[in-house]
Design a protein around this ligand. Sequence first.
Ligand SMILES: [Zn+2]
Ligand SMILES: [Zn+2]
Length: 467
Amino acid sequence: MKKFALFSALFLLFGLCGCAKKPVENVDEYPSGPTEEEPAPPAEDGPELVDPEPSEGPAPPAHMHAAAGDRLFDAEKHWYVCADCGEKFSVSDHTMEGGMCTLCGYRVAEAFETAPAAEGCTVVGLGTVTSPDLLLPEEVDGKPVVGIAERAFAGESITSVTLPASLQTIGERAFAGCSGLDVVRFLSAPTVGADAFSGCKVSRVECEGLSVWQKICFAAPTSNPLFSGGRLFFGETEAEALSLSGEVLPYAFYGCISPKRAEMVRGTLGAECFADCTFLSDVTLGTDVTVGENAFEGTAALEEGGAEVYFGEHLIRYRGAAKRYEVRAGTKSIAGGAFEGNTLLERVTLPEGLLFLSERAFTGCLALQSISLPSSLLEIGAEAFSGCAALEAVSFPASLVRIGERAFSGSGLKSASFSLAEGWTSAAGTVVLSDPLAAAERLKAADAAAIWLEAGRKLPETDRNAL
Ligand SMILES: [Zn+2]
Ligand SMILES: [Zn+2]
């Protein structure tokens, strides 16, 4: 009775003025509960009586609550439960700092920020994720993660990233400026936008194997996390000796210091696919290989080769100062960019048996006046003679199957004669090339599309994608 009277007096004193300070109590009566003298941890927010607002809420308790145990919480609040009456008390909001409540330890569930996308969702930012080692999920709310948006992680303090197996695209500049990013793991073969890894210095890139890596489509050198001298691992094995086939896409190994040897029996090597692979010294190419523009620029194999470099039956580069040059007998292809920008050459002789002139092979050879195309030639690559202002006449052999887009754009072409004028086709339909003057005009147009010979002609294997 005496105790009740004391409580009532204190309630009037504190409760009516809206000040919810707890009354002084005999701590011995409530040994397990937090009190003002002995607050429950953490100390800075001791439990209090339920606010005894007279107009609403539960009626004030007839005793001092005593916590039954540790502070409890959900996503919104934290509280104690009274050991005596079972009521919640001292209910209040979390005090969040860096994703965690400083009082009860509640953590916001880490989740990347996503946006809906066709066939799934796209990660657009870190969301509530605080770890520098990103492990991107394959699914968010049951939707597959198919993309990483432009600039999604640009400039973030990230150490490593594991990309999901469901990933199809990485947007432009997605990881640009992540200067601490050291390790990147690919579990799929996405298309990677321009500058996705620019400003990064990734030292280790992991991928399941060459067959996956070969399918990753890099838009530019800085789309490839290897570009600044990274090492590439297939599983735990560094990719030092590569046995390639099929299509190696542009920039596939750009800047990577792992490859030392590469061999390919048949297939296509995309533009700059091995550019700046400074330790690549041993390259073996079979006959049925086409070599894209500057595929080996900056490799030991090329830089140690001097003015003219052949890999097997392929002329990779000519940087001599002669006015006339005769390509070695037995050569099967001229690599992309092989003569590019040589302003001294006037006359080039190509050997019988040559099959391919790859893209930009003679681009910008301003003095080139004469080129005789052998009767074995199957294909002339895109922009092969673009900008050859002195080149006025060309005669195409009956063997020719395809002429790439803008192959003669900006050239001096006045006459182009076709041994087989019938049956040439472009995306727009049949092309009649029986008039050498009209054919020349068509070929040197700035937007000249690729054309190819129809009518049952067997196309080179490497060319089928182009159709
Ligand atoms: Zn109670
Ligand atoms: Zn809390």
